[in-house]
Write a protein that binds this ligand. Structure first.
Ligand code: CA
Ligand code: CA
Length: 923
């Protein structure tokens, strides 16, 4: 029996009415802070987790505790108020489960699975201050307090993760996925441990010998570690540092506002937080967040009532109403193509159990089908209702209102569901989009739009922007298959990846009359079930296709798996069983006299039920952009939560000018990519060429044997090596993906602002360098080696023109205004040329001879400049000590003794770690 919290559905309507998607990010969260209360939090349990009602109790206990602590640490400004817990479809029905509204697994805020990486983490590829995608927890973490204790108390750990997820701040501890060094040099050549705040006391010792740390090249030896004292009675910060330390109960803040002397932010620490957030403290970022900016949600009197209300919802199929434009401008090829893709969507891509309805609109709207639950017979019924005639003007608002009616299915209090709007025109008849948006928001309905041609109203994008939907654009260019790709992407919304059809190949191919076109695609080991090829064409003469498997066997028009629909002009070939791994060849013959444009889509599902295939998702950071605002494209390549590294990721951006730009996407930790090797390949886009829509298609393949699945990492986070445990050298090994290919349509983004979008003015400076580091210090030669990733002319695109490397001996001078420090000149460098930056993404090395040795610390920053004289913001600040440190003794006996003691400790520690890791994998 589930012990329900106090539940109430009334609040959701109220909350959604005030909700807009102010948080600019790939996240589709609906969380909103109102009167200090967080509403609409969704905690979703992954489909493969077995039924477990105790788990629901544990979730309530853990989040109730975390809510109270969140209230305290936010100075009485925020706590968890309404939480929906989404249980898998496979669990048995329970009268206490309420109707699913806006909640889906794919848009949930907190995801729980039965995985083995028990350390809580947040998938967050986004810039400082922007919300992350989701928090990941395991069932074992929630249910086993011994495992959980490794990461500190539940409230400390959950609120630490909430800091990442909601406020967009980063870790302040060194090592592991943060990539931050363990030590830095502070004033007068002294060495400090990377931490926040400096009031957290501790000792520096060798991990293995427990002896004082030796110094090599003026930096503590590799095995040197800072052991925090956890017995301090002074309450300190920062919770984004090691949250398991009991004395840490604050977020750090600047000197003026810090809760205690022990929670004053350490601006000198080379943490990920400082690198990516301009050395600002967590509270300084939080005060700029939409939840608290401009005095929003001022403090309450206290934290007496912080128990959340929990609602239990069982996951069901999605509820979608298609809203199709049949106005006069859709006549001719447009309505035929729309009919084809809707037919393919209904027949092949929507899942059994989903509910689907259909509306057409011109100057008014008509319901073609109420919601029906998808199965073999309803697929055929719905296909028969696809519109084929066009007439009249365009009222998108009328279509939306009819779509809402269909989603509500006779119950006007019903919330949620999604509309899929396809339109090719300017709205010219009321009601208009803007008039309907408040209703859509109030009813929690999301709207995906497909803009069909350049003539489609630019107001369409208001719909996804204000309702959390997605925008796609089909340019009608002869080679674009974006209409099919958009429907395929929308069909997977809310679907578990385990059930999804994975797109491998998508193209529109022009084939001359009487000729044959040949192409091939690859089936890899992670896919193979329900492999299907779909072809759509326009002419009267049917195309003729032959498919050849790697073993040479063929499917042609005599085969039972060859299904030609001459009415819609759609040909389907379904490969029976599990498709053979390897290269499949396809030949398409055009028997007619004239050129035929054939749309081709190849999809397949996971080859092993319950096992994740390699998937690719792609999304822009926003739907609308005005330069010099930054626009980021994110491409995620993973197998479940395990990232795929070193993949070849090419994004082709179709521009209004008609020509396209290719971006080679990198998972390098430079530029827009904030974490190296986390399976998220991120890149800025700056090559605007007009006010209009930009649409992106992403193609991903392996690069020889270098492309690997990396089980010691998780997607959107990076390495899960626990930086607070010595490395055991027993990390699970990377595994080659073999040959594979995937495609994804990342949807469209609209550039808004005629001169800003023209591309004629250089509006973008080089990107801020965030990975400046000191790689070597030589005391004897007064020599310091600096390294960083080259930015570009426009953020990370094109080549920058020159660098300035600024130097000082006082951190605070550089922190307050780097231009008051010394601008170094080329003659000081023995390696690196200031006037010739490398291509973006490449590693730059500069080796400088500094003026003096002694009890002195040098600090540096780098600024990149483009050909228009635009300067990047200054980089992160790094430090290097020029103090004299005695080098390690060369006494042979000492060395032998050290080796012996190290070996003993290594063996003991390795065994201990192995025992711990048997039950706990985490970071
Ligand atoms: Ca990355
Ligand atoms: Ca520029």
């Amino acid at each position: 029996m589930i012990r329900l919290g106090t539940t109430s559905s009334v609040y959701i309507g109220v909350i959604l009415a005030c909700m807009m998607y102010a948080v600019n990010s790939v996240s589709h969260t609906r969380v909103k802070l109102i009167n200090n209360e967080y509403h609409n939090i969704v905690i979703a349990i992954e489909e493969t987790v077995p039924e477990d009602l105790d788990l629901l109790d544990r979730i309530q206990e853990v989040f109730t505790g975390a809510s109270a602590f969140l209230c305290e640490i936010t100075r009485y400004r925020a706590y968890f108020k309404s939480i929906s817990i989404l249980v898998p479809r496979s669990w048995t029905d329970n009268a206490e489960y309420e109707t699913q509204e806006f909640e889906t697994y794919g848009t949930s805020d907190i995801r729980i699975d039965g995985g083995i990486h028990h350390g809580p983490y947040v998938m967050k590829p986004t810039p400082c201050g922007e919300v992350g995608d989701y928090m990941h927890l395991t069932t074992k973490y929630l249910k086993d307090p011994i495992i959980a204790a490794i990461y500190g108390s539940y409230e400390h750990a959950i609120v630490h993760e909430w800091g990442h997820l909601r406020y967009g701040v980063y870790d302040e501890y060194p090592g592991g996925n943060t990539g931050a060094p363990y030590f830095y040099s502070t004033g007068n050549g002294g060495i400090e441990a990377t931490r926040c705040s400096t009031a957290v006391t501790g000792v520096m010792k060798n991990r293995f010998t427990r002896a004082d740390c030796a110094y090599i090249n003026n930096y503590p030896e590799d095995d040197c570690y800072f052991y925090d004292s956890n017995v301090s009675t002074a309450f300190s910060g920062s919770l984004m540092y090691r949250q398991y330390l009991p004395q840490i109960i604050h977020f750090c803040d600047n000197k003026t506002f810090a809760d205690t002397a022990g929670s004053i932010h350490n601006v000198e620490s080379p943490s990920k937080q400082n690198k990516l957030c301009d050395e600002k403290s967590v509270w300084e970022i939080m005060r700029e967040h939409v939840d608290f900016a401009d005095g929003a949600n001022p403090p309450r009197a206290g934290c007496d009532v912080t128990v959340p209300e929990f609602r239990f919802v069982k996951q069901r199929g999605s509820r979608i109403a298609m809203v199709l434009d049949v106005s006069g401008s859709m006549a001719g090829e447009r309505i035929i193509k729309l009919g084809q893709v809707v037919n393919i969507y209904i027949t092949d891509w929507v899942s059994n159990g989903d509910e689907l309805g259909m509306v057409e609109f011109s100057d008014s709207a008509t319901t073609l089908s109420q919601l029906v639950t998808i199965d073999a017979s309803t697929r055929a019924q719905l296909s028969a209702l696809i519109p084929t005639t066009t007439d009249g003007s365009t009222s998108i608002g009328a279509g939306l209102l009819k779509g809402i009616e269909v989603l509500q299915d006779g119950d006007i209090s019903r919330l949620g569901g999604c509309l899929l709007v396809v339109s090719d025109g300017e709205e010219n008849t009321s009601p208009y989009i803007s008039e309907v948006i408040p209703t859509l928001i109030a009813k929690g309905i999301c709207v995906d739009v497909i803009a069909f041609s350049e003539q489609a109203s630019l107001n369409l994008e208001l719909l996804p922007t204000s309702t959390g939907g997605r925008a796609f654009f089909y340019s009608e260019s002869a080679t674009s298959n974006a209409l099919n790709e958009a429907f395929a992407a929308i069909a997977t919304r809310g679907q578990s990846v385990l059930q999804q059809s994975i797109p491998l190949y998508s193209n529109t191919i022009a084939i001359d009359g009487g000729t044959t076109f040949v192409f091939s695609f690859v089936i890899d080991a992670s896919i193979g079930i329900n492999t299907e090829l779909v072809f759509n064409y326009l002419q009267l003469t049917d195309i003729d296709v032959t498919l050849q498997a790697p073993n040479g066997s063929t499917v042609d028009n005599n085969s039972p798996f060859y299904d030609l629909d001459s009415t819609f002009k759609v040909l389907r070939i379904k490969v029976p069983g599990i498709a053979e791994v390897g290269t499949w060849n396809v030949s398409i013959k055009n028997p007619s006299m004239s050129t035929e444009h054939v749309g081709v889509t190849v999809q397949s599902k996971s080859s092993v039920p319950g096992e994740y295939p390699i998937t690719v998702t792609s999304e822009w950071s926003t739907n609308t952009v005005t330069p010099p605002e930054k626009l980021i494209l994110y491409v995620t390549v993973s197998k479940g939560i395990t990232p795929v590294l070193n993949a070849h990721v090419v994004a082709t951006v179709e521009r209004p000018s008609g020509d396209s730009v290719q971006l080679i996407m990198a998972d390098s930790g430079g530029g827009a990519d904030i974490t190296k090797d986390d399976g998220v390949y991120s890149s800025y886009f700056t090559a605007f060429a007009g006010v209009e829509r930009y649409s992106v298609k992403v193609e991903v393949t392996n690069t020889g044997d270098d492309t690997v699945i990396s089980p010691s990492r998780v997607v959107g986070f990076g390495s899960i090596t626990n930086p607070d445990l010595p490395s055991t050298g027993q990390q699970p090994e990377d595994e080659s993906t073999g040959t594979f290919q995937r495609i994804a349509n990342g949807g469209s983004v609209t550039c808004d602002g005629s001169s800003a979008c023209s591309g004629l003015n250089d509006l973008y400076p080089p990107a801020k360098i965030v990975d400046l580091q000191v790689t070597k210090i030589s005391y004897d030669d007064r020599n310091i080696t600096l390294q960083f990733t080259a930015p570009g002319d426009d953020l990370d695109f094109g080549n920058a023109t020159s660098y300035e490397i600024w130097m000082d001996t006082d951190f605070s001078a550089m922190f307050s205004n780097y231009e008051n420090t010394t601008n170094t000149t080329q003659d000081l460098f023995v390696e690196g040329v200031l006037s010739s930056p490398k291509s973006p993404g490449q590693t730059e090395v500069f080796n400088i001879v500094v003026p003096t040795q002694g009890d002195i610390t040098y600090v540096f920053c780098v600024v990149a400049i483009d050909d228009g004289g635009n300067k990047s913001p200054r980089s992160n600040i790094v430090s290097a000590s020029m103090k004299y440190f005695p080098q390690r003794s060369s006494n042979l006996l000492f060395i032998l003794a050290t080796i012996a003691s190290v070996l003993v400790v290594v063996i003991v520690v390795t065994v201990a770690i192995y025992v711990i890791r048997r039950c706990v994998q985490g970071g």
